[in-house]
Design a protein around this ligand. Structure first.
Ligand code: CTP
Length: 400
């Protein structure tokens, strides 16, 4: 499957290092060429000979046999690589790369490489959650480096939490996806909305909801990776914009409405994952509202239903809605397909654990106009994003 693909595996000295052996075997099984670079601490845990036998290539290390000034060969290895996978990736290597430090073979090679770099972190939960590590990860993601999220569970140190090296199968799948991206959305224009809206009450307060924007950002990211031209219209979130996506930031439902209406005409596909406030305060007080009495009554007025408006104007564009429900999910979602003239709807039960706002995972049911119902069990929002795009693709192909 990966014939002709050069994978450069950077192995650092994490306790999960033994799993790096399975990664090399897995990559060899799909016929990739694998070169391994080990950091000095990695060589103290597993001998290079193991990786040499598994990869059938000489292993590069920082031991005394290696020339102090790394020769051109290593730069050419960096250039030859289609993907550079660092697994396990310690806080140390992540920190070094995030801060431009190149002081050993692996960090030098990463710096000299123009290949896609994928980190599979593995470390103690507290280390992983440390804000410095998280900031380094965010910085690297914003620069186009990719991360395979660690799993949760019992760690080598006895703690229970996030920080276990992701499953070897998941890592292999990620690497395969990275080097063999499905570019099935080239030439397709997609508009995605994401996040909450904020409806001001006065200069300090607003009405909003718990949406973090993760689902919409994942869709925009996945669509861009598959070659689509993506516009992301987003309410306030803490997320970094996906690489290659045009981001338009808004605050209120009315601003989202204007931006969607200004941009929808050129689009082939519109995916409305934003959690738009249905109501806004009738008036926004110019001054801070002071407390008086036991009750405060706010009069709210309806916001336009952006999705319904698009439903009227959609013509042959593909229109996808979301339905966050706590009761009668399927029935309510089916009603929304008809009412809003959608091609399909992605419904989720926000009361289920691991679904809805703020989580990395979601549990959704995709329902289309023909009442075909597909339940997707709990999985990463990125996986769901790809499944939503697969459904879009199916509909497009069906029409031709
Ligand atoms: N939506 C929208 N504009 C609004 C409200 C919702 O475009 N003013 C879109 C959302 O982006 C989502 C879909 O409509 O794709 C469904 O949102 P949801 O809040 O679940 O449903 P509503 O239609 O608002 O119905 P209800 O609140 O009664 O469940």
């Amino acid at each position: 499957m990966l014939e002709g693909i050069n994978v450069l595996l950077g192995v650092t000295g994490g306790i999960a290092i033994y799993k790096a052996c399975d990664i090399v075997s897995g990559l060899k099984k799909v016929n990739a060429n694998v070169d391994v670079i080990m950091t000095e601490s990695a060589t103290k845990m597993i001998r290079p000979g193991t990786f040499q036998a598994l990869s059938q290539n000489a292993v590069i290390t920082d031991t005394f046999e290696t020339p102090r000034y790394w020769n051109i060969e290593h730069v050419s290895l960096a250039q030859k690589a289609h993907v550079l996978l660092v697994a396990p990736a310690t806080a140390n290597i992540i920190g070094k790369v995030a801060n431009g430090i190149a002081d050993d073979m692996l960090s030098t090679t990463i710096m000299a490489s123009t290949a896609k770099v994928v980190f599979a972190p593995a470390m103690n939960t507290k280390m992983y959650e440390n804000r410095i590590v998280q900031q380094n990860i965010k910085k690297l993601i914003s620069l186009g480096y990719r991360f395979i999220e660690p799993a949760s569970g019992r760690l080598a140190c006895g703690d229970v939490g996030t920080g276990k090296l992701a499953d070897v199968d998941k890592i292999l799948e990620f690497v395969i996806d990275t080097v063999k991206p499905n570019r099935d959305f080239v030439g397709i224009k997609i508009l995605v909305t994401a996040g909450p809206t904020r409806e001001s009450i006065d200069p300090v307060r607003f009405i909003s909801n718990h949406s973090t924007g993760k689902m919409g950002y994942s869709i925009a990211d996945a669509a861009s990776a598959r070659g689509a031209e993506v516009i992301l219209i987003s309410g306030p979130t803490n997320l970094l914009p996906p690489v290659g996506v045009k981001l338009i930031k808004i605050n209120t439902a009315l601003e989202m409405y204007d931006m969607v209406m200004n941009n929808f005409k050129e689009q082939n596909v519109i995916i409305k994952s934003a959690a738009v406030a249905d109501y806004r305060p009738e008036t926004i007080s110019a001054r801070k509202i002071k407390k008086r009495g036991d009750n405060l009554n706010l009069t709210l007025v309806r916001n336009p239903d952006i999705l319904s408006e698009l439903g009227k104007l959609k013509e042959n564009r593909i229109l996808v809605g979301f339905a966050a429900e706590s009761d009668n999910i399927i029935k309510n979602a089916k009603n929304k397909i008809l009412k809003k003239n959608l091609d399909f709807i992605v419904a989720n039960d926000i009361t289920e654990e691991g679904a809805g706002f703020g989580t990395d995972t979601n549990i959704v049911t995709i329902i289309d106009r023909n009442n075909k119902i597909e339940k997707i069990e709990k999985t990463d929002k990125m996986d769901i994003a790809h499944l939503i795009l697969d459904k879009v693709k199916q509909i497009t192909e069906h029409r031709v």
